[in-house]
Design a protein around this ligand. Structure first.
Ligand code: ZN
Length: 264
């Protein structure tokens, strides 16, 4: 069993337009599939992924409802587990979180670079507190985003300062706690209670860094992810398998931790 905790898909007509643009700003990364449900499912079948969390992002306040309607359309899908998103500039952000919860959505993705907020800004606190109250899972893009590298809106240090706002609601820092910010992850996120995902590590993260981070965050708090379509399951699974982790740790990372968090 493998659960991929970090993937992206779009409605078909948006994927057609968005994919070439996003691939270009990411430095010409070759997408795996077409970033649609239809193209992702065969890749999952071929490359051994049973279920995938899709991380939708509202990149402006006007998009928020349609992005979440798209997420909600997958709520009863057996293999795709949809996460929603709220935009910090939306007047409806708090009621939208309630709508997501009521619709059966289990978590939200926040991308501080795409959504233009610093993760430790005061204006975000009502959103974090509402998430805590509803018990939703939050995935933050963390560290450098290749497409929008400057400034980094979510660093491990900034994240460590706001974690308490989420109470017992689980928080996940994508990309091993902070893409290209591994020293900060070790310094600020060890023992913090945060979860991390392993997405987009193949070919970019030295395995020694990953090993150190997994052991310092703890194997109970690491979730396998690919970042499809920006990386492929086969590459990311090979990467995880190369880290010389115990069989028990691999099971936790590939699906047991995700099952617990998602209650599936
Ligand atoms: Zn991603």
């Amino acid at each position: 069993m493998v659960i991929d905790f970090h993937t992206h898909i779009f409605p078909e007509r948006i994927a057609e337009k968005a994919l070439p643009h996003l691939a270009k700003v990411a430095g010409g990364v070759m997408p795996c599939g077409k970033a649609t449900a239809e193209s992702m499912l065969p890749v999952m079948d071929e490359q051994g992924v049973d279920k995938a969390v899709i991380l939708n992002i509202a990149t402006n306040p006007h998009q928020q409802k349609s992005v979440n309607d798209f997420a909600i359309s997958f709520v009863s899908d057996g293999r795709i587990i949809p996460f929603g998103s709220v935009h910090p500039d939306s007047e409806d952000a708090l009621s939208e979180l309630e709508r997501l919860k009521q619709a059966g959505i289990k978590g939200v993705k926040l991308h501080p670079d795409y959504q233009q907020f610093f993760v430790d800004e005061d204006r975000m606190f009502p959103i974090y507190e509402k998430i805590a109250e509803l018990g939703l899972i939050t995935v933050f893009h963390s560290g450098v985003d290749i497409g929008y590298p400057d400034p980094v809106h979510c660093t491990p240090e900034k994240l460590s300062r706001i974690l308490a706002r989420f109470g017992n609601a689980p928080v996940i820092a994508a990309h091993l706690g902070g893409y290209l910010m591994y020293e900060q992850t070790l310094e600020y996120l060890s023992g913090s209670g945060i979860y991390i995902d392993t997405s987009f590590s193949y070919g970019t993260v030295p395995p020694d860094y990953a090993k150190k981070i997994v052991s310092s965050i703890g194997e109970d708090r690491v979730l396998f992810g690919t970042d499809m379509p920006w990386s492929s399951p086969v590459n990311e699974l090979n990467y995880i398998d190369s880290l010389e982790l115990s069989d028990e740790a691999l099971k936790k990372i590939k699906y047991l931790n995700a099952q617990k968090l998602l209650k599936i």
